[in-house]
Design a protein around this ligand. Structure first.
Ligand SMILES: [Fe+2]
Length: 250
């Protein structure tokens, strides 16, 4: 992950809500930040840029959402990956339509579902809305993508946190020598990602631990115990690079 040697790498631009202060209880912010990770993986011949967004939890279409759209649209990218928790209830659908109607249109967009999407009671309406805005939902399946001379797979699992993920179904038909980018709502899929030789895993769900208290760390990470350490940022586990995005919503 050396940012200086840039060629023949995959750049992941993670867009998330942040704060200049990590002081407890002041983390709520409309500031939209970008984190760039440059990953060198085998089989990539040209540079690829992926914008990764997650955890919109849309309860409105306000300053934060507009700033996020502006940030995303301002990045020169090859595709957009969205890793779930779009909404929390039916009301979120109308804000999702507002958000998606402002997003740059002619870029391939892939998404997976999160726990709140399942709990929203509006899963059918949500998936229809995503399809209406040309977002391909990868629920335990994959698609072969081509960017320049690169061929790779975008793999998606349905939400691991609520037990809907099935990585074996998701990887059916993949050519082993091609790079794989796995989208999953929760980082707890990491062991399966590693054992199935996934190149890059993009996840969300943790919100960076909600509130980071200096010297104590993140007090609430909604993950099973062995995975709580994967709270935010990039990780390397054996040959798999994982990026856990803190997300846009709260
Ligand atoms: Fe979640």
């Amino acid at each position: 992950m050396d940012r200086r040697s840039f060629l023949k790498k995959i750049l992941v631009a993670g867009i998330f809500t942040g704060s200049m202060s990590s002081y407890p209880f002041l983390i709520e912010s409309n500031m939209i930040l970008k984190s760039e990770i440059s990953v060198k993986i085998g089989g990539i011949k040209d540079h690829i840029t992926i914008v990764h967004i997650t955890d919109l939890h849309l309860k409105g279409y306000g300053l934060r959402e507009k700033a996020a759209v502006k940030q995303i649209n301002g990045i020169k990218k090859d595709l957009i990956a969205i890793t779930g928790d779009f909404i929390e209830n039916r009301e979120g659908i109308k804000y999702l339509k507002m958000f998606l109607s402002e997003l740059e249109n002619n870029i391939p967009k892939y998404a997976v579902l999160g726990n709140w999407d399942h709990w929203s009671g509006s899963l059918k309406e949500l998936t229809q809305t995503l399809e209406d805005y040309n977002i391909k939902i990868l629920s335990n399946k994959n698609v072969k993508e081509k960017v320049g001379s690169n061929e790779f797979y975008i793999v998606g699992v349905d939400d691991p946190y609520t037990g809907h993920s099935n990585i074996q179904n998701a990887i059916v038909g993949i050519e082993k020598e091609k790079p794989t980018i796995l989208l999953a709502h929760s980082p707890q899929i990491i062991d399966s990602a590693v054992s199935n030789n996934i190149s890059i895993l993009l996840a969300g769900h943790t919100h960076g631990g909600q509130v980071n208290i200096p010297l104590i760390g993140a007090p609430f990470v909604p993950l099973p115990e062995p995975y709580k350490k994967f709270c935010s940022g990039p990780y390397k586990v054996e040959n798999t690079i994982m990026y856990v995005n803190r997300g846009i919503g709260t």
